[in-house]
Design a protein around this ligand. Structure first.
Ligand code: NI
Length: 177
């Protein structure tokens, strides 16, 4: 297993739509292991392959308090959404240091494949439903901040562009020694 680098907003690669996984083989199983290691290490409750620059429809999650209930979703699709919504605070491993309220449907029905390729359906509500929607958005190249007002998003973009520039400058300096 190996920890992977998590892409940081506003990295344009976070906007890449993911493709379907056609064959669940050793390559995919190794990738899923790396994704769990990266997510638990961060630490986070969900990670989409997009966030480690792999543009395939794979998500790992663990919304349990004890952090010992790993769930993997391959080729996930939301097939039903509740008419009712709730509002809760979200954050993202690709946008560290920022959290804000997002309104989303409060329940859903999901269809996905497990690590052996078996198709299953999952009814989710509360935090799990929110996490699934957040991660599936990543697979479409969407981020939770896309739901915020234009003004907030513009401010955030400037702030994170500055951080990215500083990170790049630091790398250049240490590289020049
Ligand atoms: Ni995220």
């Amino acid at each position: 297993m190996a920890k992977r680098e998590i892409l940081q907003y506003p990295d344009p690669r976070l906007r890449t739509p993911a493709k379907r996984v056609e064959v669940i083989d050793d390559r995919v199983r190794a990738l899923v292991e790396d994704m769990f290691e990266t997510m638990y290490d961060a630490p986070g409750i969900g990670l989409a392959a997009t966030q480690i620059d792999v543009h395939e429809r794979i998500v790992v999650m663990d919304v349990s308090e004890s952090g010992d209930e790993p769930q993997v979703l391959i080729n996930p699709e939301i097939i039903e959404r509740a008419q009712t919504c709730d509002i809760a605070e979200e954050g993202c491993l690709s946008i560290p240091g920022y959290a804000d309220n997002v309104e989303r449907p409060d329940a859903l029905l999901l269809r996905a494949q497990d690590i052996d390729g078996n198709e299953f359906e999952l009814r989710a509500e509360g935090l799990l439903a929110r996490c699934i929607q957040h991660e599936l958005d990543h697979l479409e190249g969407r981020l939770f901040i896309d739901y915020l007002s234009d003004l907030k998003r513009k401010r955030l973009r400037r702030r994170y562009e500055k951080t990215a520039r500083q990170r790049a400058e630091q790398t250049n300096r240490s590289g020049a020694v």
